[in-house]
Design a protein around this ligand. Structure first.
Ligand code: CP
Ligand code: NVA
Length: 306
């Protein structure tokens, strides 16, 4: 089953084909129909809040000729404790694929194992692979290449881990500035280095930003970490992408943020709402185009575009 669960171990050629197919879907919209989900129904199961992922997948499925059904925890029997496997078996008998946002990665694995249909990871506590395809496409559009210097400021979280997987596949130069206790999984860092990526983890955001072409960040407290928000606010004080940080970056540097953002916490309003932050809105739009390529890959095993 060609699920799309992680960027870990994905060949560089597959990532590149996803980017090329996404760009083709973007160029072709809305005049290059690719109705190969015609007659197919895809369940979008969301156990956490979502705006971009939900809308991006609903529109993508619709524009590929398919029919999306969105299920949330509270509106389904998942909220009353129905096991993931039972939900998976039933969805697999009625639907042709599942897009799943959940908490622990093991829930995603259980959905994938029991459903018998392709499953796409729409974010877990550990990874957010779909996000990074849109991020890479945005970098390629804005800077002409993805072979640039990347800085990640803040939490070594799910988005950072998926970025490290991409860095490993593509041999990227990637520096993370994280407070003590919030580093990314050391095994993921070690694997990326072993694969040839130039990955560094530093404490000072300025050290990460020096010469960077892309400066990225994400919320200090991710979904499911709400109770840690105060402790995290203390730990992450100073880990903000602001204009002062861009002084150390390359002249062409852009800001990226997967959104939703907290202005004045991990990113300054002057950055997200200023010229450096313009790419962030392309990044959000690119979720739609990249979802089409990801669905094509998950359903057919290849991503060619329309
Ligand atoms: N970036 C992202 O996944 O946004 P949503 O949580 O709104 O889907
Ligand atoms: N790290 C964030 C990403 C949201 C898209 C979270 O998991 O909440």
């Amino acid at each position: 089953m060609p699920h799309f669960l992680t960027l870990g171990g994905l060949p560089a050629a597959t990532l590149t084909s996803l980017l090329d197919a996404s760009a083709a879907y973007k160029r072709g919209r809305p005049h290059a129909p690719a109705p190969w989900l015609q007659g197919k129904t895809v369940a979008v199961v969301l156990e956490k809040a979502s705006t971009r992922t939900r809308v991006g997948f609903e529109v993508a499925i619709n524009e590929l000729g398919g029919h999306p059904i969105v299920l949330s925890t509270s509106g389904s029997q998942l909220g009353r404790g129905e096991p993931v496997e039972d939900t998976a078996r039933v969805l697999g008998r009625m639907c042709h694929g599942i897009v799943y946002r959940t908490f622990g990665d093991e829930r995603l694995q259980r959905m994938a194992s029991a459903s018998g249909v392709p499953v796409v990871n729409a974010l877990t506590d550990r990874e957010h692979p779909c996000q990074i395809i849109a991020d890479l496409l945005t970098v390629r559009e804005r800077l002409g290449t993805i072979d640039v210097r990347y800085a990640w400021i803040g939490d070594g979280n799910n988005v950072a881990v998926s970025w490290l997987h991409a860095a490993a596949a593509l041999g990227l130069t990637f520096t993370l500035a994280c407070p003590e206790g919030y580093h990314p999984d050391p095994d993921v860092v070690a694997d990326a280095r072993a694969a040839g990526a130039a990955v560094n983890v530093v404490a000072d955001p300025v050290d990460a930003a020096k010469g960077a072409d892309v400066i990225m960040t994400d919320v200090w407290a991710s979904m499911g970490q709400e109770e840690e928000a105060r402790t995290r606010a203390d730990a992450f004080a100073g880990y903000i992408v602001d204009d002062g940080l861009f002084v150390h970056a390359s002249g062409r540097a852009i800001a990226l943020h997967c959104l939703p953002a907290h202005r004045g916490e991990e990113i300054a309003a002057t950055v997200i709402d200023g010229p450096r932050g313009l790419a962030i809105w392309d990044q959000a739009e690119n979720r739609l185009h990249t979802h089409k390529a990801i669905l094509e890959l998950a359903f057919t095993g290849r991503a060619h575009g329309p």
